[in-house]
Design a protein around this ligand. Structure first.
Ligand SMILES: O=C(O)CCC(=O)C(=O)O
Ligand SMILES: [Fe+2]
Length: 500
C-alpha cells in the first residue's frame, strides 16, 4: 500500500477555498498559473462551499462516510477488475477509481511488475488495462470536490521555475572551473560546489544522450525504484507520464550492463575527477558497498531530502539536462524534514513538489541554505553529512559516485563505529564494517588511521564539553577549548550533527 500523503491543517485556508496548500490558491496565485484545469473537472474540497451545485459525493452510498484518505487506501486492496467496476457505479467513485496513485499500486502488485518490456500507455491505469487512447472514457466530474484527488494533480503540474529560479545571491552554491586536490582538502571538503570544466573530457559527455542510449541499450534492463525495465520501456514512460513523483532510474550495475569501463585509461567511458583525491573506501575492494549509480529521469523526477549513506561524500555529474539542488549542513533542521531522535528515520513530504509548495520559501530563508543548478557538463560536490533535495528541471542523465576523502575519514569512522544500526550497503556476511575498514586502513597507512581516530576522539571530546556547557554541567570550570588546545566552531560544515 502506498504511504499516506502528508497533509497539514495549514492546507485549508480559513476561507475554505482549499487549493495547493498554505497560501497557495489556484484561483488567485499567479505563481501557479501553470496548472491547467483538472482533466476530469475535479475541484479542491474548499470550492464546494462556494458552489451552489450538486455534490457528487452524496450519491456514493455508504462509502461517502469514509474520509477521502481512507477511501483511497481501501481502494488499493481491490483488484483491477473490482476497481474498474466500482468506478462505474457513480461519478464520485469514478473519480476515485481513476486515481493513478491507486493504479500504480495495482501495477506494482501485478504480474506487470515482473516484466521488463511492455507497452506504456501514458498512465498506470491505461497500462494495466491495456487501454489505447481511443478506448479511454472521460466523465465530467466537475461536482467532485476532493483535496486527496486534486492535490496530486496540482503537485504534478507546479512550475519548478517558481522555486528554482531567482536563487538569492547569498544562497548560491559556489562555482569554479576546476579545483586542485589541495584546495579541496584545505577549503572545500565541507562545502558544496559546482565545477564547470572538470568532466568535459569524459567520453560519455560527448556520446551519451537519451536518444543514443535508447538506440544502444533499448533491450537492456535497468533498475527504476521497485522495477527492472528495459530502457525502451523506461524511455516510453519518461516521455509520456504525469506522475507527481516520476519513477526514477537509479542503477548501480549500469557499467556491467552497458559493458563500459570506468577509470582512467584507453577506451574508458569516464573517470573520477582528480580534485577529490584518494577515495579511502577503495581499500574495501569487493567488500565495498555499492557506490556508483547511473541516474536517468524525466522533468520533476529527483531525490527527496536525505543524507548520503555511511557519512560518505559524493559527486554528481550531469551528462544531459539540469538539476536543481537545495542543500543544508549536517546540523540544520530542514523545514518539513523530521528526524527521529537517533537520526535513523527521516520523515518528509512524500513528493518533491509537496515540499516545494509547503516548505521551500521558509527553507530558503535559512542562513545555511545553499542552492544551485548543475547543468550538463558540470559536476556537484555533496559534502559528508549534508542534507540535499534534487529535482530534474528537464529530462536527463547523470552519474554519481560516493567516496571517502581523507578530510572526512573521522566522520566515516565515527558513523561506522557509533551508529552500526544505521550503516548500510554492506553485504550481510560483513558483520563489523568498522573493524574491516580500520584493518584495511592500518594495512595501507597506519598513521592515517591513527590520525583519523585521534581527530575523532578530539571531536567527541569537544562535543561533550559543548553539551556540558549547554546543560550547565560545570564540573570542568576551565574553558574547554583552551584546555584541549583546539577550538570548536559552531559554524556549519563541521560535519557533526549530534550531541552525544
Ligand atoms: O541526481 C539525483 O537525483 C541526486 C542523487 C543524489 O542524491 C546524490 O548524488 O547524492
Ligand atoms: Fe544523495
Amino acid at each position: 500500500m502506498s504511504p499516506h500523503r502528508v497533509w497539514s491543517s495549514s492546507q485549508r485556508g480559513s476561507d475554505g477555498l482549499v487549493t495547493a496548500g498554505g497560501s497557495h490558491s489556484l484561483t488567485d496565485d499567479s505563481s501557479e498559473s501553470s496548472i491547467p484545469p483538472h482533466p476530469l473537472g475535479i475541484k479542491p474540497l474548499g470550492n464546494k462551499y462556494l458552489s451552489d451545485g450538486k455534490d457528487a459525493r452524496e450519491s456514493s452510498g455508504h462509502l461517502q462516510e469514509l474520509p477521502d484518505e481512507l477511501l483511497s487506501q481501501v481502494l488499493e486492496f481491490l483488484d483491477s477488475r473490482s476497481l474498474r467496476l466500482l468506478g462505474y457505479t457513480c461519478k464520485f467513485l469514478f473519480a476515485f477509481c481513476l486515481s493513478d496513485d491507486v493504479w500504480k499500486t495495482i501495477f506494482l502488485d501485478s504480474e506487470f511488475a515482473k516484466k521488463s518490456s511492455f507497452t506504456w500507455q501514458g498512465s498506470w491505469r491505461a497500462t494495466v488495462l491495456g487501454l489505447t487512447p481511443e478506448k479511454r472514457i472521460r466523465i465530467d466530474c466537475n461536482n467532485v470536490y476532493s483535496d486527496v484527488l486534486h492535490r496530486p494533480f496540482v503537485c504534478s503540474y507546479i512550475s519548478l521555475k517558481n522555486y528554482t529560479a531567482n536563487i538569492p545571491l547569498v544562497n548560491e552554491i559556489d562555482r569554479f572551473e576546476n579545483l586542485t586536490y589541495s584546495d579541496f582538502t584545505e577549503s572545500w571538503s565541507n562545502k558544496p560546489f559546482i565545477l564547470t570544466k572538470c568532466i568535459q573530457d569524459w567520453p560519455v559527455c560527448r556520446s551519451w544522450n537519451l536518444e543514443s542510449l535508447h538506440k544502444l541499450y533499448s533491450d537492456v534492463s535497468f533498475r527504476a525504484e521497485a522495477v527492472d525495465w528495459s530502457f525502451s520501456t523506461y524511455y516510453q514512460y519518461m516521455m509520456d507520464n504525469h506522475d507527481e513523483s516520476p519513477l526514477y532510474l537509479f542503477d548501480k550495475k549500469f557499467a556491467e550492463k552497458m559493458k563500459i569501463e570506468v577509470g582512467k585509461g584507453e577506451g574508458t567511458a569516464y573517470w573520477k575527477p582528480d580534485c577529490f583525491g584518494p577515495d579511502l573506501f577503495e581499500l574495501l575492494g569487493p567488500e565495498r558497498p555499492a557506490h556508483r549509480w547511473l541516474i536517468i529521469g524525466p522533468e520533476r523526477s529527483g531525490s527527496t531530502f536525505h543524507k548520503d549513506p555511511n557519512a560518505t561524500s559524493a559527486w554528481n555529474a550531469v551528462i544531459q539536462g539540469s538539476k536543481y539542488w537545495i542543500m543544508f549542513p549536517p546540523s540544520v533542521s530542514v523545514p518539513g524534514v523530521y528526524v527521529s531522535e537517533d537520526s535513523s528515520e527521516v520523515t518528509s513530504p512524500l513528493s518533491i513538489a509537496e515540499w516545494l509548495l509547503e516548505f521551500h520559501a521558509d527553507a530558503r530563508q535559512l542562513r545555511e541554505c545553499r542552492e544551485g543548478v548543475c547543468r550538463a557538463g558540470e559536476i556537484l560536490h555533496v559534502p559528508s553529512g549534508w542534507w540535499h533535495l534534487v529535482v530534474n528541471l528537464e529530462a536527463g542523465i547523470a552519474l554519481t559516485q560516493n567516496f571517502v576523502p581523507r578530510s572526512h575519514l573521522s566522520d566515516v569512522l565515527s558513523f561506522l563505529r557509533d551508529r552500526p544500526e544505521q550503516v548500510s550497503g554492506f553485504k550481510r556476511d560483513i558483520t563489523d564494517p568498522y573493524n574491516l575498514f580500520v584493518e584495511r586502513l592500518k594495512a595501507e597507512d597506519p598513521e592515517l588511521v591513527e590520525n583519523g581516530l585521534k581527530e575523532l576522539a578530539e571531536k567527541q571530546m569537544a562535543k561533550k564539553r559543548r553539551w556540558d556547557i549547554v546543560v550547565g554541567n560545570h564540573a570542568d570550570e576551565e574553558q574547554p577549548a583552551k584546555k584541549s588546545g583546539f577550538s570548536f566552531g559552531f559554524g556549519f560544515g563541521e560535519g557533526e550533527d549530534e550531541i552525544p
